[in-house]
Design a protein around this ligand. Structure first.
Ligand SMILES: [Zn+2]
Length: 499
């Protein structure tokens, strides 16, 4: 039996999973089924056999033994994983006798060395003369200290980086394997270069930002030869175990601006959605998260809520940052500079407050009549709320709009069989989930959003003149009530009072 077999036999693969926040929905004999940590898995398709100590994902085809699982989860080589697990499960190994995957390890080490050199050369180039990348950073108010700390770089068209690498002793074949060159030309030429580091402070990816605002992609990434970019978190190299929480932001400039304001515990997801691998990494770093992501469009709000749910499911405490003017962390930091710490403290809110704020904002900025996407979104988000949270949200709406949402407290137990149609509402033919009621000169409409009805009175002709609003819009001064579907009699009362 070789060392790998010995160690694999000693480890508990279920324990490895549980320590890495992989939860199982179903257990049948020795087979454990759960959500896959390696792809965006809605139907649990990740299966682990406790006895055979193997895993297999039917969704993304990742499979292997316990050591390979550990290696994949921590993005280390199988050999390193084996050594760590041997230590943890107290298995005596004679690792010198075995050179498993030494070849690929050597190749990866070489790529890392080349990356490191490119980052260094490009960084010196950026600082050495008044080039477009340096001027761009100055325009965006990034200080030298930050440029240096994050080793930002730049290489123009005339660079001879390929030759420089050859001079440093790297072979043509080794350079070719970095996938950073087309013939001898560096693929991220003329872009602001962000080296992306792992937690060991090794460069493992590059991202290049367009500096000319032409039609090409804003960011181009190096190809995945060490690690998928989706597995990386920008700024992870500055992780410090003493940090109480992590602030999750979208982009590089958010991280830079926060660092410039003295806030070093941010992590950028480098996109709109957090990937499964990033969830895993985040939950291994901390148990407290503050999400500071965009909230101006339904699709980005959805991404934020999805992140919330995923992180809470992994046992993390999640809070939100919300500024009403919807500026991203970069803009906010630049505006208030060293005040940001104070401001941030005041702007961190819980889920229910965040829900309320984004909800009202989306309602205000959307034509809620026809925006099916919005109703889908609210429906989806409301399903993340506990009853207590929903209650808080409704209480706030009541207070803010001086309206009464009665019986919401009895939402669950108070179901009766009345429908809107049974009290005189008619369906709009063309608009799904929408009803109207007409009596005398008043129209009342109801929009069905998930478990709730949003009831509002349409303006009369006189009011339309007065407020100068279009007839298909809600007048802002108008009362709006939101009720649970189980409380139709409240709608009846509302109409009685109204008419
Ligand atoms: Zn998978």
């Amino acid at each position: 039996m070789n060392d790998f077999e010995k160690v694999n036999e000693a480890v508990d693969i279920i324990e490895i999973c549980e320590n890495n926040n992989i939860n199982f929905n179903k257990i049948h004999n020795n087979n454990y089924i759960g959500k896959c940590p390696f792809h965006d898995d809605n139907n649990p398709s990740f299966s682990v056999n406790k006895e055979k100590k193997v895993f297999n994902c039917f969704g993304c085809d990742n499979k292997g033994n316990a050591i390979q699982l550990y290696a994949k989860l921590h993005e280390i080589s199988d050999y390193e994983a084996m050594k760590i697990l041997a230590n943890k499960y107290e298995v005596n190994i004679n690792s010198k006798s075995f050179n498993y995957s030494k070849e690929t390890n050597k190749e990866k080490k070489n790529i890392k060395k080349i990356y490191k050199n490119i980052a260094r050369i490009a960084h010196n180039e950026l600082l050495s003369n008044n080039n477009i990348a340096y001027r761009y950073l100055k325009d965006r108010k990034i200080k030298d200290e930050i440029i240096i700390r994050y080793e930002l770089g730049y290489l123009n068209d005339k660079n001879n980086i390929y030759d420089q690498l050859l001079k440093l002793g790297f072979g043509k074949n080794e350079i070719y394997k970095t996938k950073l060159f087309n013939n001898r030309k560096f693929i991220l030429n003329n872009r602001l270069l962000f080296p992306i580091f792992n937690y060991k402070n090794e460069v493992i990816q590059f991202s290049g930002r367009d500096l000319f605002d032409n039609d090409t992609a804003k960011y181009i990434n190096s190809r995945n030869c060490l690690i998928n970019k989706g597995n990386c978190l920008y700024n992870i190299e500055n992780h410090d175990g003493r940090q109480k929480h992590k602030i999750i932001v979208e982009g590089y400039f958010d991280v830079l601006a926060l660092a410039q304001s003295g806030i070093n515990n941010s992590l950028a997801i480098m996109g709109k959605d957090i990937t499964p691998a990033q969830y895993l990494k985040i939950s291994n770093l901390t148990k407290k998260i503050i999400l500071w992501l965009d909230n101006d469009k339904p699709q980005v709000v959805r991404a934020t809520y999805k992140a919330y749910k995923e992180l809470v499911d992994r046992g993390l405490t999640v809070k939100f940052v919300y500024f009403s003017d919807n500026e991203d962390p970069y803009d906010t930091c630049l505006k208030c500079n060293f005040q940001i710490k104070k401001l941030l403290k005041k702007s961190v809110i819980n889920f229910d407050t965040y829900f309320l704020k984004t909800y009202e904002k989306l309602i205000d900025t959307s034509s809620i009549f026809l925006n099916e996407e919005l109703s889908d979104l609210i429906n989806e988000i409301a399903s993340y709320c506990t009853n207590d949270e929903l209650l808080n949200i409704f209480n706030s709406i009541e207070r803010k709009h001086s309206i009464k949402i009665s019986k919401i407290r009895n939402k669950i137990c108070n179901y009766n069989n009345k429908t809107l149609e049974s009290i005189g509402f008619k369906r709009f033919d063309e608009i799904p989930n929408c009803y109207y009621y007409y009596k005398k000169k008043y129209y009342v409409y109801a929009l069905e959003i998930g478990e709730l009805f949003h009831i509002s009175r349409l303006p009369t002709k006189k009011e339309i003149k007065k407020y100068n609003v279009l007839s298909n819009r809600i007048i802002e001064e108008d009362n709006r009530i939101i009720i649970d579907k189980t409380c139709i009699e409240d709608v009846e009362k509302y109409i009685e009072n109204l008419i």
